[in-house]
Design a protein around this ligand. Structure first.
Ligand SMILES: [Zn+2]
Length: 458
């Protein structure tokens, strides 16, 4: 009897980790993500998973977002030394994201050590040295290749269309098949493919981040055009807090299209994120994970994804110089929720200026500065100081990388049989909502997975 144990991302959106044990003895971890968000969730990262990492045969990794790969260095620290199979693009994205996470944790631990009264962890969960180990374990698999590297099962990765390199993971064992969605992307997006349709599976583990919500139907590029024009009319600077991997590139591509159509005036554009610049280059190296080859369309070495008048800001000194800009400029900086990174310096500088604009282009988690700003807080705390928010604050929803409820249901429509389905990667409400909708529309048995739940499959 094969078994699945839902270790993480069950009843919550982060910490994706599911253990598959087959009759033939394969022990495979599907994703190895970190819990993110409020402290009661992040504390779970300090509890070792209920599986001895040394007994695992492999990790199958869906994509490079931290909530799917962010626990890998901790797993390595606990003795895991087996292959981590993923696409070549995901290996690069994950390494970039993990090194950033390690540095952030090292900084946070150092700060916590200076303020023991706060009761925070004074040692990092992992360091850059642990990421070195993880980087040596990545083993790349091409989309659609059937692989038999793991004794006791075979696997195949299909494009999930969520971020660069993201995959739906199919695992074949004992004449059965399990499909794990990772995170599913959108249909009809400009840079990435649609999520691959899967025709048959015995079991499905499906994400449901947006299982009870719909994205707005308007074109985010049009919304961005309106925000840029309004910011220009205010004679101020437009600041876009953006995730460095994926979102920043989509924004640049949209700006390039608007420029090509002469829809927006000539503005200086600054990408103030070394990580976003690195992510641009990864995208150029992996046309197999894109709708088109960036090198062919924009020429090799173009890290602006087709946008004009773009300056990449690498050094901190050059980043500080951006404070002097008064108008006719767009600054794209990370992190996307303003929870860290260079964007904090820009917000401290720009928020008090009533003619500047701050435009959020992604989900803003509870407790983050981004969330406080979009909820009309008159002021926020940055670096321990209260900063008045007089700048114009706007939000564009349509850039989401996650399939919404209709898109998740559309993906389920690809099955020609009725796979037993377990819903993960969602809060309880969207998980229950999607389970009910899938059951009603397609007649498949679907239920939300509970954390630590073990299901026997045969
Ligand atoms: Zn993701």
């Amino acid at each position: 009897m094969a078994r699945i144990t839902f270790i993480g991302a069950a009843g919550v959106v982060t910490g994706s980790k599911h253990l598959l044990e087959t009759d033939a003895g394969a022990r495979v971890l599907l994703d190895c993500g970190m819990y993110q968000g409020l402290r009661d969730l992040t504390e779970r990262n300090w509890i070792p998973p209920p599986v001895d990492p040394k007994t695992l045969d492999a990790v199958l990794l869906s994509h490079g977002h931290l909530d799917h790969c962010g626990y890998l260095p901790a797993l390595a620290q606990q003795g895991f030394r087996k292959p981590i199979y993923c696409t070549a693009a995901t290996a690069e994205v994950a390494e970039l994201v993990l090194r950033d996470a390690a540095h952030l944790q090292e900084d946070e631990a150092a700060r916590a050590a200076k303020h023991p009264e706060r009761g925070l962890h004074t040692t990092p969960l992992y360091t850059d040295a642990d990421v070195d180990v993880v980087a040596s374990l990545f083993s790349s698999a091409r989309y659609d290749d059937m692989r038999d590297d793991i004794a006791g099962c075979r696997f195949c990765l299909k494009d999930a269309g969520h971020i660069l390199g993201s995959a739906i993971i199919e695992v074949y064992f004992e004449s059965k098949k399990l499909t794990f969605t990772g995170d599913l992307g959108r249909y009809g997006r400009p840079l990435l493919h649609d999520p691959s349709a899967i025709a048959q599976s015995d079991y499905v583990i499906a994400e449901s981040t947006y299982g009870d919500r719909l994205h707005p139907k308007n074109d985010p590029q049009e919304d961005l055009c309106a925000v840029i024009l309004a910011a220009q009319q205010r004679h101020g600077v437009l600041v876009i807090p953006s995730f460095a991997v994926g979102r920043a590139q989509e924004i640049l591509y949209a700006i390039g299209r608007l420029q090509a159509a002469n829809r927006i005036p000539r503005l200086a554009i600054y990408v103030d994120s070394p990580m976003a610049i690195a992510a641009d280059a990864i995208m150029e190296r992996h046309p197999e994970a894109m709708r088109f080859d960036l090198k062919e369309r924009f020429g090799p070495g173009d890290t602006a994804i087709g946008a004009q008048s773009v300056s990449n800001v690498v050094s901190s000194a050059d980043s500080i110089k951006l404070n002097d800009l008064r108008s006719d400029a767009i600054i794209i900086a990370s992190s996307g929720m303003a929870s860290g990174g260079r964007i904090l310096h820009h917000l401290r500088n720009r928020l008090p200026r009533s003619n500047d604009t701050v435009c959020f282009v992604g989900f803003q988690g509870p407790g983050t500065i981004g969330n406080q700003l979009i909820n009309d807080r008159g002021s926020v705390r940055i670096f321990g100081l209260r900063v008045e928010a007089r700048a114009h604050i706007v939000k564009i929803d349509g850039f989401s990388a996650h399939a919404d409820r209709d898109e998740l249901l559309r993906w389920f429509g690809g099955f020609q049989n009725d796979p037993r389905t377990y819903i993960v990667h969602a809060d309880p409400k969207p998980a229950a909502s999607l389970a009910a909708a899938v059951q009603q529309r397609y007649g498949v048995i679907a239920s939300p997975a509970a954390v630590a739940e073990v299901v026997e499959i045969s």
